[in-house]
Design a protein around this ligand. Structure first.
Ligand SMILES: O=P(O)(O)OC[C@H]1O[C@@H](O)[C@H](O)[C@@H](O)[C@@H]1O
Length: 264
């Protein structure tokens, strides 16, 4: 069986990863961005805006943007970092038991000069995306191949598809259950690592390791109206629950940091 096949999403080259049980994920090389994940039950797990740019000129609105090396505007670099707007390489793919995986890579030498000059650290990123049954797993590793330490932040900015954001309930991130009345943009430091999202469509379980923090975001009606790449009512159909490493992590030469995430 072919595990990884080449396809296109809009104008973007992409890889479709298929497990023998029918679970599949589609990942654009632009951003190593998971834009779709369907479980073996055929149900889509991720939101993707109908108005998202899919031509490599702007970050994709939906799916799982990889945030690195800066979160949002917490730094002098690009908003949410360059990883989500860079073109990654497909490194390898395969089967591990009943799970299909593909690994994507990005290093300093892959960046255009303007980006590389702005963040000239000898880094190497690997993102491994694995699907099986009703499960999506992602592992992000950051390597320092240079001679000097560098600081970074990272997140997997997951847009979870929901029938109606008003009815979503999130447990395990804060001591109180989180619900979204209107807009929510909140940071939760030092989370326990396992959270639940309940809606009328069922309960999703999210587990994270290495990512110490979590961010929950939904723009609400007013902020969504200001987003050029989102339809008027689309904000009702997702909630972002993002495993994140928000305090800059100093990575010493030769060292590796690893963050993991599992959605089931
Ligand atoms: O529009 P962007 O750059 O994709 O960011 C979306 C949102 O991402 C969230 O992670 C931030 O907490 C929000 O503040 C931000 O608005």
């Amino acid at each position: 069986m072919t595990i990884a096949t080449h396809t296109n999403v809009g104008q973007l080259p992409a890889i479709r990863i298929q497990a023998p049980d029918g679970a599949e994920a589609t990942v654009t090389l632009y951003g190593a961005h998971v834009v779709s994940m369907k479980g073996a039950d055929g149900q889509e797990r991720l939101f993707l805006s109908a108005k998202s740019a899919l031509d490599g000129r702007k970050a994709i609105r939906g799916g799982v943007p990889v945030i690195f090396p800066q979160f949002a505007e917490r730094g002098a670099g690009m908003r949410h970092g360059f990883a989500r707007v860079s073109t990654w390489r497909l490194e390898d793919s395969g089967l591990e038991g009943d799970a299909a995986w593909a690994e994507f890579g990005l290093a300093l030498g892959d960046l255009p000069p303007s980006m590389a000059d702005a963040w000239p650290h000898q880094f190497m990123l690997a993102l491994r995306v694995t699907v099986r049954a009703n499960e999506l797993a992602m592992a992000l590793t950051v390597r320092n191949l240079g001679a000097a330490p560098f600081p970074f932040c990272a997140a997997l900015h997951t847009y979870l598809l929901v029938p109606d954001v008003c009815e979503a309930r999130i447990e395990g991130i804060s001591s109180d259950e989180i619900s979204i009345i209107d807009k929510l943009d909140a940071v939760y430091p030092h989370v326990a690592g396992r959270a639940l999202l309940s809606t009328s469509a069922g309960t999703r379980v999210m587990e994270q390791g290495g990512f110490l923090d979590a961010v929950v975001w939904n723009p609400g009606a007013v902020d969504a109206a200001a987003l050029a790449d989102m339809e008027k009512d689309e904000y009702k159909r997702f909630v972002c629950i993002e495993p994140a490493l928000l305090d800059p992590h100093m990575l010493e030469p030769g060292k590796v940091w690893r963050g993991t995430y599992r959605l089931s």
